[in-house]
Ligand binder design. Structure first.
Ligand code: ATP
Length: 632
């Protein structure tokens, strides 16, 4: 247990069993988590806190832990529900000024000095004299208020938001204002990745189970149970990524009951399976030696997970589990035509690809990206989209995740039908020799695809693995074969103010890859090429609100010195001409040698708003790219 006795006493202060969780208990835990950069310590602190919440909740109360978890990841709902936390800086400044009686100018000046509106709010409150001690905030009241702010829209919503925030701030004590404001800004800055939360939840459940058993456990038993529980939790959550269902099940059935209760469910998008890059056909053949595999066209569109529920509702979800049904009303409308009878509920894994209206030819992703992201009207649609289905994950009440790919593919073809220009199956070839794969690859490129996806067809290895980047799916892109490395998805962590014609925007940016094991961003290059003036303006508009005076604790800076830092949020796809070892940047340090890897002549390709910062390319992939370029 990571909490020291003093911290535990402090956190528990005034927190009665069965009473709502005091917000102060949560923010005191946040402060401890923020103070350490060590992942294991963060996990243990969170575990101890979750355990306290479980122990002090009334019997049958699942809401306390649920709300605490949401506040820890700074969300108010699952990803597929469109409730965005995050309100503008100017509204927050106004609320801080109103609730503390400091002038706008003073608050703004403080912000400039501190670079963290949360700290400004806390310091402003600290200097304020109050006659009456406000009623302590609780987790449910904060959660409800944050939800109210996030959901308020329309004419008078700004004034309403300021009024709710002002009231919340007036009730804050100690360090609470810091975290309320950070939550509202959409950047909690305690370095709490979702994976840490999942592991901590699992560990807390095991510790609660151990206490309930009243028996002594050996260290070995405890270690095994903790590891096993964390794996169960991660696997269950990748199939059913919603705490709304997972937490009540965890609290009522325990870790062992989770798997039977929490399964893939239409309407809740699961985390998609991902592929590993390969650099040559030879590598593919080595991997699949003596195994049955298939090659499919790798379409250049947007991943679309399509769900149909028994009641007829259709939902389209992005790679990141966002609901895209309003972006693709045409897909939703077209879908019923391609379903054969007796196909009631299902989950399809597919790619939505732009096609030419007249010729039916595939168009590159750039065409698709011209579509608005929300509220598209079928009548206004210029860019037509065809859905290419490549997997069937659920059918008529049954999960197919643990069926072999061959069987899933057969079921897919039996239950759906091709409608030219609207719905098709991913083109595939089960050819086995280098020549056959080479020919199919060339054909795919001629037809406007990015290359091939090569997939295991039979045995356990061909099961669908949610959220995994698996060796059972390999991607073979034309770019690798042309001698250019794969593009990388990098997180924008810093900015350099522009000079000359670019004075009012950022002229260059500092990028980083994301190490999921260490949960840190590692700097990789400065990029200033590939941007039009218009793009630079858009990037300014997006990144300016994410500015930070100091790099966030989970950024491994190395020798990079940008003019400003950003909250790691925005992901860009970038292509580099080459990679080199670098004394400045920290990417993949220790993987090739002590120095990090940096990109040479990086070029901006596009914004990846279907990816979040922790979907950024990892150091291992950077290393592979590095080996690719060195090989060619
Ligand atoms: P990743 O999704 O692997 O992180 P990415 O989004 O940058 O990376 P790629 O590396 O280009 O995409 O390749 C994987 C993506 O290819 C899938 O997410 C999916 O959108 C797309 N895709 C196209 N055709 C297929 C197919 N036949 N099977 C699986 N995925 C396909």
């Amino acid at each position: 247990v990571a909490l020291s006795r003093t911290s535990e006493v402090d956190i528990k202060g005034g927190w009665k069993v069965g009473a709502p969780v005091p917000y102060a208990a949560l923010t005191k835990t946040f402060a401890l988590i923020e103070a350490t950069t060590k992942r294991l310590e963060k996990t243990s602190l969170l575990t101890s806190f979750f355990l306290l919440v479980v122990q002090r909740s009334a019997k049958g109360d699942t809401n306390s832990l649920l709300q605490v978890v949401y506040l820890c990841i700074n969300k108010l709902s699952p990803d597929y529900v469109d409730v965005e936390m995050g309100i503008g800086e100017s509204l927050l400044i106004k609320a801080i000024s109103e609730s503390t009686g400091r002038s706008l100018a003073v608050v703004k000046a403080d912000l400039k000095k501190e670079g963290d509106l949360g700290l400004v709010a806390m310091n402003s409150k600290a200097g304020q004299k109050t006659l009456f001690k406000p009623k302590p905030l609780t987790v449910p009241s904060v959660f409800t208020n944050l939800k109210e702010i996030a959901l308020s829209s329309g004419h008078s919503s700004q004034a309403k938001k300021v009024s709710v925030v002002t009231k919340l701030l007036a009730a804050c004590q100690g360090g609470e204002a810091k975290y309320i404001v950070r939550s509202l800004e959409g950047k909690l800055r305690i370095g709490n990745a979702e994976r840490t939360v999942l592991v901590a939840l699992a560990h807390a459940a095991v510790l609660a189970e151990k206490e309930a058993s009243g028996k002594k456990w050996t260290t070995e038993k405890l270690t095994n149970r903790l590891e096993e529980a964390a794996n169960i939790m991660k696997s269950v959550y990748s199939e059913l990524p919603t705490y709304d269902l997972v937490i009540p099940a965890l609290l009522t059935l325990g870790i062992n009951g989770l798997r039977s209760q929490c399964k893939l469910t239409p309407g809740v998008p699961l985390k998609p399976m991902l592929a590993k890059p390969t650099k040559a056909i030879g590598e593919v053949l080595d991997r699949f030696e003596n195994k049955r595999f298939t090659c499919e066209y790798k379409y250049d569109g947007e991943r679309a997970q399509v769900h149909k529920l028994d009641d007829g509702t259709v939902g389209v979800f992005s790679r990141n589990s966002e609901d895209m049904s309003k972006k693709y009303p045409d897909l939703v409308e077209q879908l019923p035509h391609c379903i054969r009878p007796h196909t009631k509920s299902f989950v399809l894994d597919a790619e939505a690809v732009a096609i030419d209206k007249t010729t039916g030819k595939l168009m590159p992703f750039q065409e698709l990206s011209k579509r608005k992201r929300k509220d598209v009207k079928v009548a206004d649609i210029q860019i037509r989209v065809c859905l290419f289905a490549f997997d069937l994950l659920y059918l008529n009440g049954e999960s197919l995740l643990r069926r072999p790919m061959l069987e899933r593919r057969e079921l897919l073809q039996q239950h759906f039908q091709v409608i030219p220009g609207e719905f098709d199956f991913a083109k595939s070839s089960d050819g086995e020799t280098t020549d056959e794969i080479q020919a199919f690859l060339e054909e795919s490129v001629k037809d406007g695809c990015e290359g091939l996806m090569v997939k295991m067809l039979e045995s356990d290895e061909s099961h669908y693995e949610p959220s995994r980047r698996s060796v059972n799916w390999l991607k073979l892109k034309k770019d690798y074969l042309a001698g250019v490395g794969d593009s990388l998805d990098l997180v924008v962590v810093g900015g350099y103010y522009g000079k000359g014609k670019r004075t009012n925007v950022y002229g260059a940016f500092l990028l980083a890859c994301f190490d999921a094991d260490a949960e840190e961003y590692q700097t990789i290059c400065k990029i200033g090429t590939g941007f039009s003036e218009e793009m630079l303006q858009t990037h300014w508009d997006t990144l300016r609100p994410l500015e930070l005076a100091k790099p966030r604790g989970d950024i491994k800076v190395g020798g990079a010195k940008p003019d400003t830092w950003f909250e790691p949020k925005v992901v860009w796809e970038v292509l580099a001409a080459d990679l080199s070892l670098s004394p400045i940047y920290t990417a993949a340090q220790g993987l090739v040698e002590e120095r990090g890897i940096s990109l040479r002549f990086p070029r901006f390709l596009r914004v990846r708003d279907d990816k979040s910062a922790d979907d950024g390319t990892g150091p291992e992939q950077v290393r592979i790219c590095c080996c690719h370029t060195m090989c060619y």
